[in-house]
Design a binder for this molecule. Sequence first.
Ligand SMILES: [Zn+2]
Length: 168
Amino acid sequence: MGGGRFTDADRAMMAEAIREARLALDAGEVPVGAVVARGGEVVGRGRNRREASGDPTAHAEIEAIRGAAVAIGGWRLSDCALYVTMEPCAMCAGAAVAARLSRLAYGARDARSGCAGSVYRIPEDPAFNHFCLCDGGLLADECEALLKGFFASERGAAPPCDPPVETR
Ligand SMILES: [Zn+2]
């Protein structure tokens, strides 16, 4: 996972995804943001809206992919790349394959449920009929800081009478 594989254009796109993550944070959501890019242009944007929507599938990547498909006028996003601030889950990694995305770049690694290298590596799995190149670590420090800040403030906000939480 080398940051050297990323270009200035990649960093510019991830900066846009980070902007979306900040909007999620402002709305009290886990700060995850995503954009779909074609050439140097953003064609879809998304941010986590799970709490507000009550929808377990309202992840940033899904919203960005849906937006891109509408903008492009079709489901096949084979000339597009997805940039997301946190390693995609199984659903979103699967959506990258379903959308035929050519590339996926993420920021922070998710050791517990990431499916673009951590738990599984779905986008590059040769068992599928589509290969989506994936790579992590793009502006990772900034992406991680957002997530860490969110979870630290969540813990700080917990009322003292909360029942003890099992720690693992
Ligand atoms: Zn997801």
